[in-house]
Design a protein around this ligand. Structure first.
Ligand code: SAM
Length: 272
C-alpha cells in the first residue's frame, strides 16, 4: 500500500478512493480517510464500485465479441482487476485501447502496466476538454476514427456535474465516432434512491471538499440524454446489475438492483 512518506500530503482523488474501494493499493492516506468517511454513511461503497466494475467488464466483452477492436476509455482509473485491455485482448489480441484519466497517478500506474503492450497506452486528459483528447498524438496514432470505436465513460460523467459541459463533451466525442461505434456509460443516480438523503449529502461534501472532482448525480432522464440518437443495446438503460448479468459477477444488489444507485447503458452509433 502506498504510505504517508510517498503521498501523505496529497489531497484525495476519485481515482484513488475508487481504487481503495476495489481493494487496490494505489492510494494515499487522504484517499483512505475520505473513503472511510464515506463508508461510515454509505457502507455499500465497495460493493457499488465492484458492481460498476463488473458492468464495465461485461460491456467491453460484449463489444469485443461484437467485433469492436478499438477502445477509448475516459476516466479509466487506476489499473485493477478486469482492466479493459486484458478483457478485450483476450477476445481479440489485436484490440487497441487508449486509457485517459485526469489523475496523474492513474495514468502513471497504467503506463507502468502497459510498458510491454504496444497496442494499449494511457494519457492524461480531461473529459471536459474532448478536443484535446481526440487530437492527442497517441490517440490518433493508435485509434482509427474511420472504424468503430468503443467509447467508455464508466462512472465518470457524475464527476462532470454541469450539464452543459457534460452534454457538450459527449456530443463532441460522439461526433468523432464512425457508425458501428458504441458508447458505454454508467452513472450514479438520484432516482429511486434507496439511501438516506443526509448520507448522500455527506458523500457529496466529501468529494466537494476533499477532491478536485465534485460529484453530481443525475436522474435517469438526464443520463438518458447522453444516448439520444443511439440504438440502445438490449436490455436498454437499466440498473447496473441488470445489464446482461453474468454468473461470475459479484452477486450484490440482486434482490433490489435499485440499491446499486447506478444506471448503465450501451448505445450503438447507427448508419448515417
Ligand atoms: C470511479 S472511477 C471509474 C474508473 C473506471 N472507469 C471504472 O468504471 O471502473 C472515476 C475516474 O474518473 C476520473 N475522472 C474524474 N473526472 C475526470 C475528468 N474530468 N476527465 C477524466 N477523468 C476524470 C477519476 O480520476 C477516476 O479515475
Amino acid at each position: 500500500m502506498v504510505g504517508a512518506s510517498d503521498g501523505g500530503t496529497r489531497p484525495a482523488t476519485a481515482a484513488r478512493i475508487y481504487d481503495y474501494y476495489l481493494g487496490g493499493t494505489h492510494n494515499f492516506p487522504a484517499d483512505r480517510e475520505a473513503a472511510e468517511a464515506m463508508m461510515r454513511v454509505l457502507p455499500l461503497g465497495p460493493q457499488l464500485a465492484r458492481t460498476n466494475r463488473a458492468f464495465l467488464g461485461r460491456a467491453v466483452r460484449y463489444l469485443a465479441e461484437s467485433g469492436v477492436r478499438q477502445f477509448l476509455d475516459i476516466g479509466s482509473g487506476i489499473p485493477t482487476v478486469g482492466n479493459v485491455h486484458e478483457i478485450v485482448q483476450r477476445v481479440a489480441p489485436d484490440a487497441r485501447v487508449v486509457y485517459v484519466d485526469i489523475d496523474p497517478v492513474a495514468v502513471a500506474e497504467s503506463l507502468d502496466l502497459l510498458k510491454d503492450n504496444r497496442l494499449a497506452t494511457a494519457i492524461t486528459g480531461d473529459l471536459r476538454e474532448p478536443a484535446a483528447i481526440l487530437t492527442h498524438p497517441q490517440v490518433t496514432e493508435l485509434l482509427d476514427f474511420d472504424e468503430p470505436i468503443g467509447l467508455l465513460l464508466a462512472a465518470v460523467l457524475h464527476f462532470v456535474p454541469d450539464d452543459d459541459v457534460a452534454y457538450r463533451a459527449v456530443d463532441q466525442l460522439r461526433a468523432a465516432l464512425a457508425p458501428g461505434s458504441h458508447l458505454v456509460a454508467s452513472h450514479a443516480t438520484t432516482d429511486d434512491v434507496r439511501h438516506d438523503q443526509g448520507d448522500l449529502d455527506v458523500a457529496h461534501d466529501i468529494y466537494q471538499h476533499r477532491t478536485e472532482t465534485p460529484l453530481g448525480l443525475r436522474s435517469r432522464s438526464r443520463f438518458e440524454r447522453f444516448f439520444t440518437g443511439l440504438d440502445l443495446v438490449e436490455p436498454g438503460l437499466v440498473w447496473l446489475p441488470l445489464w446482461r448479468p453474468a454468473p461470475d459477477d459479484p452477486q450484490y444488489f440482486t434482490d433490489d438492483p435499485r440499491r446499486s444507485a447506478g444506471l448503465a447503458a450501451v448505445g450503438r452509433v447507427p448508419r448515417r
